[in-house]
Each structure stands twice: as C-alpha cells, then as structure tokens.
Write a protein that binds this ligand. Structure first.
Ligand code: PEP
Ligand code: MG
Length: 579
C-alpha cells in the first residue's frame, strides 16, 4: 500500500480500478513557406479553429442534464477564447508577414499570451491561463491532425474507474462525468483552476497537482481517491478499504441530510436567523445560488466583464449583465461589487504601470478613482440596474475615509446625471464597503458612519494583516484565519457594525468553511456569503448550533495567547453537540 499526497479538488471518496491515460506532448514543427502557399496556410489555420469549434459544440451537447450551470459556462469560456481576435489575429499576421507555418505562428503568439497571464496577481485570473492553453492545445492537435485530442474518444472502460492523467481540461471533465468515471487524478493544476471548480460542481472526487502519480500505477490497480484530503492510496489493505467504505456510507447519509434541509430556514437552535448569501462571478451562476435557496447575492464579482478583451465593457453591456442577475433574483438583494482590477491585473489596452508590490498598488477602488472612465460607466450601470430589483453597491479595498468620500461624491454625481437624463434608478441603493485592508478593520467605526453595510473580505484581510502574498505558494503555510490578529480585526469589524446599527457580512473564503462557522457565530457574525455549493453544509452547522453557548466560547478563543490554544478551544467548539 502506498499513499501519495496532492491537492484535493473535487470532494468525496472513490474506490476503483486505475485507468492510466497519458497524452503525449505535442511536438510543434517550425518551417517557412514560399509566398504562394501563405494564403492556403492562413486557411488551414482558420480550419483548425473551425474544427475546434465543432468539437467544443459537440461536447456542449453532451453535458449531462444534471450537471451544474458552470459546466456549460466553462465550455462557453473556451468558445469565447476561440472567437477572440487576440488568439487569431497575430498568428495570421505572422503567417502572412513572416511566412511561418500555422502551428509555429500559433505557438509563438500563445507563449507571449501565457506570459501576460502568468504575471497576473489574482489566482482566479491566473487560472484563466489554463483555459487559453487548453484551447491552443486543441487547435494545435487539429492542425497536426492528432486524433486523440482529448478524452472524448476513450471507450466505456472508464465507467467507475479512476482516471490517472497529466491534465484534464474543463471540457474533458464534462466528458469524464458523462462516462461516469469514479474519480480523476492529474499531474498538474491547482485548487482554484477551472477544472477543480468544475469537478466540485459535478461532484467528481478529484486530486490535482499530484506530479508523476502514473509512475507508481499500472492499469487495473486498485485505488482509493480521497478528494477532500487530496490523498491517493495505491493497493489499499483490507483495513483501509473497510474504513473508506464506512466513510463513503457516512458521506451518502450526510448528502441526504443536506438535500433534505435545502428549503429549511437558516436558524440556530435558539431561533436566531442567519443570512446565507451566494458569491457569484458569472450571471449564469445565479442558477446554483437559487438551487440552494440563497437569500441573495452577497458578492457579485464583476471582474469577468473586463477580462479577455482590448476595450472596456460599455455601460449598456454591464447593464444587461447586471439586469440578468438582478431580475432573476426577484426580491432578493444582489450586492454588486465595483470592479477589483489593476496593478498587474491589467485591463487590456489600459495597462497600468506595474509597481514592485502589485497587491499594494493601484488596484480596485484606487484604480477606479484614478481613472473615472472605468468607474463612471460601472456606477451608471449599477444604478440603472437598481430600477429592476434590489441592488446593493459594494466598494472593494477601501482603506481611507477620504477615499470613501470621493466614491460617495461620484455616486451623488452619477445619480444627478441619471436624473437629468430622465433614467430610472432606485434612490435607496444600500452602499457597503469591503473591510479587507487592516486599516479599514481597525477604524471600521469611522467607515461604518458613512455606509449602509460592511462586508469582511478575509482573503485580502489575511494577506495584508499577515504580510503573506495570497498567490505565493512558498508562504501559503502562514496563511491562517485563526491568527489572533486576524480574529481581533474580524471582531473589531463586527463590533463596529453592531454599534453603528448596520449589518456586517463576511464574503471571503472563511465564510464558506465549516471549521469557522461556529466561531464566527459566537463572534456575532449574522450574515455569510460563499460559493453556493458550500451553502448547505454551512446551513447544517448553523441549524445545529446555539448562539448563547458560542458567544461564551468565542470570547475564550479571542483571549487565547497562542495558536495551539486557539486550535484546542476551536476543536472543542466544533465537536461539542448542542441541543
Ligand atoms: C476577499 O478578499 O476576501 C474577497 C472576497 O475579495 P477577492 O477574493 O475577490 O479579492
Ligand atoms: Mg478582496
């Protein structure tokens, strides 16, 4: 028996036989063509793209009926990339002007594009690089006429098996689900890659980033994939198999319980109502939010509208995206966060100079105030969308009250402008600030005076408090939501909101992690916003908790003097049953 450790991507456990599926890397030829053949070469390049479209559309038609909405949107992302002139214009130019073959022209250009993606700070956008890579790989295989371009061709032997492979594209993930694989394990990929997100959505147990696993495995070997812990067990002994079979049974019972409480209210044992909201990035994700009966959208990240393009999204483009979300949420609130780009997350065509510390640079609201041509159309679109439902406006990365005053002034100007033009909008859009910079947490009371709600962004708050780059693997081990300084800042924010009589939400990853739910309830948090797939588990914890007890215990956690003591008290909080 051998256990290998990677990164758990899709939760759940699978026991099955190995199916090793190694794809050989594609060798890209380089040659120069005589002028008379260049027209045909451009046509060949375009045909490669056209074939890729046919293949992706075919995969889209195979998406299982019960697949989450993300499945289609991932394929759509690939189709959009395929459509993007950025991908085809330069290679065509290289073929026409320099006479290179289509494969080489595409390789040279895509490598330049990858470098841009690699320099992006935000892990979410950096993970987009993988999508572009996968699309480029698909076109290359078409150009080179390589048939086994993906796992689509693989036969029914996959049913129930555990696929061991180098990498899986989101499109392949859908096909793996379609062929009922038990689980998959890849050499590459990280926990927030599209493939990982999709595996979670499709409920396929998966481990990513397990380099070289295939070296230890032969086709047909018995394997266990523990997707939650990221552990792959090769040739398990009897005792281990027995333990895992028991865990599978327990997970099945838990799933039934979660399904059963889908429509139940989110209340604690002592009848305290807790608001559970969804984080979304694409309008389509509203479907997942509604499926788990989220009380609204606590964080609508709008960055997506600005990426993969040369220009800025127009006001009307933004308006239609926001309206889709707002209308489909009916009477439930939708919190639209103004765009969080900048520093090295460049808006194409408007590259800001990159500083030494991009996370400390001109990003989010700083960039918006610096360049009103970005901010104004968004504010106008958000307000115009407010005529169609319950919109809330949220400002990211706010760090000084002066900054807040400037934003509020621009909002006033936007409203007068819209009024002059006779456009419909709500005069009662609640305005909130994200508390994600320590300065804002320490002085949360000063911000609360001018705002209608606060929302704690723990992803950045932890990064800035502990001086840990959230995208740097080498310091990941220091990223700790339970660090006493982080807990104190969260407590200060909750208390400031309570004193000012305004709601405080948490929308960072910590809000969707059941290890912290009881502690946060005890600290006074009453609204949590998270990835919709996590919402039922959080609701279950809430329904099994008694706030009065937790308040006493949370105080003990805040008084603890070292990290080990914090952990010990928390373990007790999380394991003690409440009645
Ligand atoms: C956060 O920082 O916690 C947050 C929710 O914002 P983002 O992850 O988009 O930076
Ligand atoms: Mg943030």
């Amino acid at each position: 028996m051998l256990a290998l450790h990677g990164t758990g991507a899709g939760k759940g456990i699978a026991i099955g036989r190995a199916y090793v599926l190694q794809r050989a890397g594609v060798e890209i030829p380089e040659y120069v063509l005589p002028k008379m053949y260049l027209k045909d070469e451009v046509a060949r390049f375009k045909a490669g793209i056209a074939n890729a479209r046919v293949q992706l559309e075919d995969i889209r038609n195979h998406i299982p009926r019960n697949a989450p909405s993300e499945a289609a949107s991932f394929i759509d992302t690939h189709l959009l990339i395929l459509d993007d002139k950025m991908l085809s214009r330069e290679p065509i130019d290289t073929i026409q002007k320099q006479g290179y073959n289509a494969e080489w022209a595409l390789k040279v250009h895509s490598e330049a594009l990858m470098t841009v993606f690699e320099q992006m700070e935000d892990p979410y956008f950096r993970s987009k690089k993988t999508d572009v890579e996968q699309v480029v790989d698909r076109i290359q295989r078409n150009l080179l006429d390589i048939q086994e371009s993906s796992h689509e061709e693989v036969d029914d032997a996959l049913d129930g098996s555990i696929v061991i492979t180098d990498d899986v594209s989101p499109a392949d993930t859908v096909m793996l689900k379609h062929r009922s694989v038990g689980a998959f394990v890849t050499d590459f990929g990280g926990p927030i890659s599209h493939t990982a997100i999709l595996a979670r959505g499709l409920r396929i147990p998966a481990i990513v980033g397990l380099h070289g696993a295939a070296r230890y495995i032969r086709n047909g070997d018995e394997l266990i994939v523990d997707g939650k812990r990221g552990v792959l067990i090769i040739g398990p002994d009897k005792q281990t198999l027995k333990e895992y079979r028991q865990r599978i049974r327990r997970i099945a019972v838990l799933r039934q319980e979660l399904h059963a409480i889908r429509k139940s209210p989110s209340v604690t044992i002592d009848r305290q109502r807790i608001t559970l909201l969804a984080n979304i990035e694409l309008p389509d994700e509203i479907r997942s939010a509604k499926k788990v009966a989220a009380a609204g959208v606590g964080l609508y990240r709008t960055e997506f509208l600005y990426m993969n393009r040369d220009d800025l999204p127009t006001e009307s483009e933004q308006l239609s995206a926001y309206m889709r979300v707002v209308k489909s949420m009916g009477r439930s609130p939708v919190t639209i966060r103004t765009v969080d780009i900048g520093a090295d997350k460049q808006v194409n065509g408007r590259a800001e100079k990159r500083g030494m510390n991009p996370a400390l640079g001109l990003r989010a609201v700083r960039l918006c105030l610096h360049d009103p041509t970005i901010f104004r159309p968004q504010l106008r679109a958000i307000y115009r969308a407010s005529a169609h439902g319950r919109v809330q406006l949220m400002i990211p990365m706010i760090s000084s009250v002066d900054e807040l005053h400037q934003v509020l002034e621009m909002i006033r100007e936007t409203k007068s402008e819209l009024k002059r033009e006779g456009r419909a909008f709500s005069t009662r859009v609640p305005i909130g600030g994200m508390i994600e910079v320590p300065a804002a947490a320490v002085a949360a009371d000063l911000f609360a005076e001018h705002l209608d709600f606060l929302s704690i962004g723990t992803n950045d708050l932890i990064q800035y408090t502990l001086a840990i780059d959230r995208v740097d693997d080498s310091v990941n081990y220091l990223y700790d939501p339970l660090h006493p300084s982080v807990l104190r800042l969260i407590q200060m924010t909750i208390d400031a909101g309570e004193r000012a009589g305004i709601p405080v939400t948490m929308c960072g990853e910590m809000a969707g992690d059941i290890r912290y739910t009881r502690l946060l309830l005890g600290m006074g948090l009453r609204a949590f916003s998270m990835d919709p797939t996590l919402l039922p588990e959080i609701k279950k914890v809430i329904r099994e908790s008694e706030i009065q007890r937790l308040m006493r215990q949370a105080k003990k956690v805040l008084r603890a003097t070292d990290r080990a003591e914090v952990q010990a008290i928390l373990n007790k909080i999380n394991t003690t049953p409440h009645h």
